[in-house]
Structures are given as structure tokens and as C-alpha cells.
Write a protein that binds this ligand. Structure first.
Ligand code: ZN
Length: 291
């Protein structure tokens, strides 16, 4: 069968996989070894891969087994994350709008798949649904108006945060508090911007145990994707396959009255229009099934 749209790029049991609405293909097998089975290696060759993938065809009918999906970019060289990038979240967190975007990292070992069960290591585990940018070209000093040319695609992410660790002590420990095992669910796959009507204005939200906690649009971001790519690359070289978690809307648990945190047994559903959904369940430490 011939595909009519550009496929999503997924990680199926650790192998790069192209997914269409009605079929899917293993990248290494379909390309006869021209492209690696390693999803991160495919992203490292994104420009060449994208040309090939436009012509690729689905080998198998239907959709792959969602339970087998892993993080689409499992081991990026760098993961950037942005704090306080939505006006309402900035207000609920008690900061003002002046200054540069707040940049920290989620260490890459926290990345996990879209259906991962995550152990709860903290009594103050919080949710943050975020648009995640996957870089497709390397560069420094990328100009804002050219930034999207450097982006491979977009996916849904959760910037899970242990608020007790993040806020312990006199200065915040953002990176450590947000990097426990499983604290970076991503996926369900990478969608190229061309497949979206407006890649700067997507509905974004999450629900805990069926109750909506966050609901906004990515057009509410203070720093747009283009601005973030330009700003970060003015300091750090961005590599093909790097990730940028672009910040979360209002509605996090530790700013609610009274505060609300994630407990073992809870179910968190995170969705971005056009990109898909993450479904993460939470477990007592020592009982995590699979990532
Ligand atoms: Zn965040």
C-alpha cells in the first residue's frame, strides 16, 4: 500500500518504526539496512531519513501494539527544559514575566515511553504536560525565522516533578527534582510540523483519574518554539535528536488549593492536538512493571 501522508516515527520495542493511519513498517528492514534500527540514530540522520520516508510504504496493516511503544528519542545528547513559559502558570507560580526563559535539563535517563508505569518516589509528585520539540538538524546561532527548518517534529511529554526534591534547600534543584526514573514520558511518536494545521497553536492538556487538570493552547507560550530554538542555540549547539520540553500551562498540583499530588494507582492522561496521547499509571516503588 502507498502512504498518502508522512508517517509518524515511533520506537517499537526499541526499533525505529514508521506508523501511518493504516499500517506500519520497521525502518531498518524496509530500508534494507540503509537506516539503523536505533531510533536515536535515525534522528541523527534526520534530513536524509526524511527524504526516504516520504516514499516509504507500510508493510504491515493496522496499528502497532501500543504497549510496545518506547520513547521516540530514547537517548538524546541533550534535553533542554523550559520553566515558566505560560502566562497563567507563571502567575500561579508567583513569578513575573521579565527576563530570559528559565532553562534547565531533565537528565536523559529519566526518559520513558508513552504508556510507561512510573514509580512514585516522592509524596509530592506533580504533573506538567508539555509540548516536546525534537531537533532534526544541528546548529548554533539558529535564526528565529529559520528555526522550524531545524526541527524534526513534535511529541507529547510529561515533565514529572518531585516538588519536595525540586524545592528543598535555599535554591531550587529543578534538574534533579525532575529526573527520577520514568519522569520523562514522551511520545507516542514524532509528528512532523507539516502534518499540523498550525504547529504554534495546539490544544494541550492533561487529566488525572479522569479530572482535567491542565487545559490551554501552545499559542499561550511566552517563548515560542522558534524563539526557544534561537535563544538556546545562541549558547549551546543543538544536535539532531536533542529534545526541548517547552514548559507547562497552569494547573499543576502544587499550586492547587489544597495541593494535589500523584499517588500510586493514579492514571495520568496527557494529550496534544494532532500529536497523540500519553497514558501513564503510577505504582509503589519496587512494583514498576515496564518502561
Ligand atoms: Zn516543566
Amino acid at each position: 500500500m502507498v502512504a498518502s501522508e508522512f508517517p509518524r516515527l515511533a520506537n517499537l520495542s526499541g526499533r525505529a518504526t514508521l506508523v501511518w493511519a493504516d499500517g506500519y513498517s520497521d525502518v531498518e528492514r524496509l530500508s534494507s539496512g540503509r537506516f539503523s534500527s536505533d531510533p536515536q540514530q535515525v534522528l541523527a540522520e534526520w534530513e536524509r531519513f526524511k527524504v526516504w520516508a516520504w516514499e516509504a510504504e507500510a508493510e504491515l496493516p493496522g496499528r502497532p501494539d501500543y504497549e510496545l511503544l518506547g520513547p521516540p528519542a530514547p537517548c538524546p545528547r541533550q534535553v533542554f527544559a523550559i520553566g515558566l513559559n505560560y502566562k497563567d502558570h507563571l502567575a500561579e507560580a508567583g513569578y513575573d514575566t521579565s527576563g530570559l526563559p528559565q532553562v534547565f535539563t531533565k537528565f536523559a535517563s529519566c526518559l520513558t515511553g508513552p504508556l510507561a508505569t512510573v514509580e512514585v518516589p516522592s509524596p509530592r509528585l506533580d504533573w506538567e504536560v508539555e509540548l516536546v520539540v525534537v531537533m532534526g538538524r544541528s546548529g548554533r546561532n539558529i535564526r528565529e525565522k529559520e528555526a522550524w527548518l531545524y526541527v524534526a517534529g513534535l511529541m507529547v511529554g510529561q515533565d514529572l516533578s518531585a516538588r519536595d526534591v525540586q524545592l528543598y534547600g535555599s535554591a531550587p534543584q529543578w534538574s534533579l527534582g525532575k529526573s527520577f526514573a520514568g519522569f520523562g514520558p514522551t511520545g507516542p511518536w514524532i509528528t512532523i510540523a507539516d502534518e499540523l494545521d498550525n504547529c504554534d497553536d495546539l490544544e494541550i492538556g492533561c487529566a488525572l483519574n479522569g479530572e482535567v487538570m491542565q487545559s490551554d493552547r501552545t499559542s499561550s507560550m511566552i517563548w515560542s518554539v522558534s524563539e526557544l530554538v534561537a535563544r538556546i542555540s545562541s549558547v549551546c549547539e543543538l544536535n539532531s535528536g536533542d529534545l526541548i520540553f517547552t514548559g507547562t500551562p497552569a494547573g499543576v498540583g502544587n499550586r492547587r488549593i489544597p495541593p494535589l499530588y500523584i499517588s500510586p494507582g493514579d492514571r495520568l492522561v496527557s494529550t496534544i492536538e494532532g500529536l497523540g496521547t500519553l497514558v501513564n499509571e503510577f505504582a509503589l516503588p519496587g512494583t514498576r512493571l515496564e518502561t
